[in-house]
Design a protein around this ligand. Sequence first.
Ligand SMILES: Nc1ncnc2c1ncn2[C@@H]1O[C@H](COP(=O)(O)OP(=O)(O)OP(=O)(O)O)[C@@H](O)[C@H]1O
Length: 242
Amino acid sequence: MTDGQNMAEQSIAMTGVELRLGTHDFRFDCDLPHGKIIAITGPSGSGKSTFLNLLAGFETPDRGRILLAGQDATGLHPSERPVSLVFQDNNLFSHLDLFTNVGLGISPSLKLTADDRKRISEALARVGLAGFERRKPGTLSGGERQRTAFARALVRDKPILLLDEPFAALDPGLRSGMAELLTTLHRETGNTVLIVSHDPSEVRRLADHAVFIDGGAIRLSAPIDRFLTQDNIPALTTFLQH
Ligand SMILES: Nc1ncnc2c1ncn2[C@@H]1O[C@H](COP(=O)(O)OP(=O)(O)OP(=O)(O)O)[C@@H](O)[C@H]1O
């Protein structure tokens, strides 16, 4: 297999995707590079979360096709898609301990093999939470809860990681620590990471490629150097000056 074929088989693409939510219309076309960290940026209310929700399968397009890791994912249930997710509020179950919360990433019914159990403890160790298996989310700091969400994404071992403002609730010190953890994990797994970010400095620090969404459509999708130096999209220039 040539590299070109391999890339095509792995790519994330939207073709003629259209969706109406209330009075808002979205139209997305894109072909994103494989194995990179891709920042999804844009003004508030522009459609960034909607874009991610379409990829995750929480929204179904009215028209068009979605390709994930080379597979037509348009009609697939979220659980069948080759993605794992981390959100701002980390979606941990407060009544379950960390081992169980991470285990849910492998099996929603918690049918775990001995190998699965080992992988859960390894993933917790990988994010700096060795020995935290029996702790409940309420006893953790915000950063530790977000690390647990990363561990849950890690055990799913999917080729695409979707992150919706995963560091927004953390203070600046924790944010840069988590950004470092993300780049380290990305280097180790080689997966494709899509991260929604409001923060231009985070985009500069993390991304290989960036997408600017405005008014429900993609205005620019470009390698980071070109993205940062463009001068013909005033709304993007304004975003980058923040
Ligand atoms: N289910 C829905 N019904 C009606 N309108 C919706 C629905 N979901 C989203 N919208 C609207 O679509 C627009 C885009 O929302 P979206 O959450 O994708 O924006 P965003 O770029 O992620 O915003 P933010 O940066 O503020 O999180 C918003 O105006 C939102 O109110």
